[in-house]
Write a protein that binds this ligand. Structure first.
Ligand SMILES: Nc1ncnc2c1ncn2[C@@H]1O[C@H](COP(=O)(O)OP(=O)(O)OP(=O)(O)O)[C@@H](O)[C@H]1O
Ligand SMILES: [Mg+2]
Length: 507
């Protein structure tokens, strides 16, 4: 026994000596590499296989890493998984606490009677004197340890199971995320991610959205069709994405529609602030960092992109080859996003670097948009968010006052129907009147009727209404607006813009 202890002490002494020698002789980077090498050597004789799943896979975020993270996060608190230490987090405004694996801690899981071990590996990134792009300060990843004999039996099915479970958890999770690129400092965060997120809690749904019920049903069917028909997109060779252009006056529910879409499909929203994006390549990078099952939104597209930039030519010859043949990135520090860059963003090869994504552009002035954005196939569905119509008014009365079909007298309904479209009132304005008087329903309807009457009269006086007998229908309006926008490709804008639009059309 005494001999045993003596040998153990000598062995420990040798190990301590080797470690001191390594620490003295080798610089820190080499020390880490040699430890890794020794580790690999021992793994050769081990009965386990190891798999590394890193957070960043080249330039893209590794979807598998996110799936494993979510899977372990949700199962960390359950009794089937054993771990001594868990990290607890709760995001700003979030309603739920999430469990996670602490840095460099491990957790065991069981699948088909095989036990596996996950380790959360976080190592500091080696500092480089020069880097092409900001890199996260830490390298994160999971290492899966699995018995060699179980590897062929469960590895693929286990990973499929994790991806499926993660998907399920995401869908069940009420806290969708709302991402934005408009960070005060600009650029990326300490982990090299260009998007910041907060939990998305907008309560708007298709049920609360006031619009023509038939049109609403069409949009919902279109969305469902899109989400469920991956095989169709694959079979027809189309990228699995869809574009919606929402247009109409302010306060008609464009942003509410986006929230309703996200809540309906359970997608995250990426609210892209174009003014914060410096160049087309930055735009592409942002696109690459979005996840699938998401809605990428550019609000007020007519205001966000300065088309006059497209008229500016770059001196570098390779720049002149890009997009429409006009310079797009002159590197002068100002935003140099071009229309062609934007079109590539939604439609080009890069737009397919993920899947199941919806692009939504909104505008108050469809007639100001470049026809290239409107042509069929680019924005698959154009949705006109109109002034309040009688059917949408009934939805608002139900939402705010609880009036169901038949609760209001026929006389009042007739009065409302007769005046609502002539009043050209937005759902936002109707909501205001109803919110203000929601505790006194009759008064609310009375005030609404008064307001509608005044607006209708004013409109008639100002000769705003079009049509033979002064009536304006939503259908007329949609037709007229789209026609105006499509028929005059190079008309109606300042000259510089005209030039560049015409050039891109020639291309
Ligand atoms: N169609 C609608 N159905 C239900 N509520 C609506 C609708 N339109 C507007 N509202 C109400 O008015 C408010 C403003 O609407 P929203 O922000 O969606 O309008 P918008 O069309 O995006 O306006 P803008 O063009 O100014 O961005 C919302 O908070 C919502 O309560
Ligand atoms: Mg809006």
């Amino acid at each position: 026994m005494k001999e045993y202890w003596t040998s153990l002490a000598s062995l420990l002494g040798v190990l301590a000596f080797c470690q001191t020698l390594m620490n003295t002789v080798l610089p820190p980077e080499l020390r880490y590499a040699s430890l890794k090498l020794i580790n690999r050597f021992f793994q050769l004789f081990s009965s386990f296989s190891y798999f590394d799943i890193t957070e960043i896979d080249g330039v893209n975020t590794n979807e598998l890493y996110n799936a494993v993270n979510l899977y372990l996060t949700s199962s960390a608190s359950s009794s089937s998984v054993s771990s001594n230490r868990l990290s607890l987090t709760r995001a700003v405004n979030s309603s739920s606490t999430t469990f996670g694996l602490s840095t460099n801690d491990s957790i065991a899981d069981t699948f088909n009677s095989a036990t596996v071990l996950w380790e959360h590996v976080v190592t500091p990134r080696q500092t480089q004197a020069f880097a092409w792009r900001p890199m996260p300060e830490e390298k994160r990843g999971f290492t899966l340890r699995i018995k060699k004999k179980d590897k062929s039996l469960i590895l693929n099915s286990y990973l499929d199971h994790i991806v499926e479970r993660a998907e399920e958890i995401r869908r069940r999770n009420q806290d969708r995320l709302l991402y934005t690129n408009s960070r005060a400092a600009g650029g990326m965060d300490s982990r090299g991610l260009p998007w910041e997120s907060v939990p998305f809690k907008h309560p708007s749904t298709f049920d609360t959205l006031a619009m023509d019920p038939e049109r609403k049903r069409e949009i919902m069917e279109d969305l469902r069709d899109f989400a469920e028909c991956q095989s169709f997109y694959r079979r027809t060779g189309r990228a699995w994405k869809r574009g919606y252009l929402l247009y109409g006056p302010p306060g008609t529910g464009k942003s509410s529609m986006i929230a309703a879409m996200a809540n309906y499909l359970g997608y995250d929203i990426y609210d892209l602030e174009l003014a914060e994006v410096k160049s087309n390549s930055e735009l592409r990078k942002l696109l690459m960092k979005t996840s699938s099952k998401s809605i990428i939104v550019i609000e007020d597209i007519d205001c966000s992109i300065n088309l006059t930039n497209r008229g500016k030519k770059c001196n570098e010859p390779e720049m002149a080859l890009t997009g429409s043949g006009l310079g797009d990135e002159c590197g002068n520090g100002r935003s140099t996003i071009t229309l062609s860059g934007l079109l590539n963003f939604t439609d080009g090869l890069w737009s397919c670097c993920g899947s199941e994504r919806i692009f939504v552009f909104t505008t108050n002035h469809i007639e100001k948009l470049d026809p290239a954005l409107l042509r069929s196939g680019r924005m698959d569905m154009h949705v006109y968010m109109s002034y309040c119509t009688f059917p949408s008014l009934k939805i608002l009365l139900r939402n705010y006052l609880g009036y169901e079909e038949g609760d209001l007298s026929d006389v009042v309904l007739k009065e409302l129907e007769g005046v609502v479209e002539k009043a050209e009132i937005t759902p936002a304005d109707v909501s205001e009147v109803l919110i203000k008087n929601r505790r006194d329903k009759e008064r609310a309807v009375r005030e609404l009727l008064e307001d509608l009457g005044i607006r209708a009269e004013r409109n008639e006086e100002e000769g705003k209404l079009r049509g033979r007998n002064g009536s304006l229908t939503v259908a007329d309006d949609v037709e007229e607006q789209e026609k105006r926008a499509l028929d005059s490709p190079c008309a109606g804008e300042e000259e510089v813009i005209e030039d560049s639009i015409c050039k891109i059309n020639e291309d």
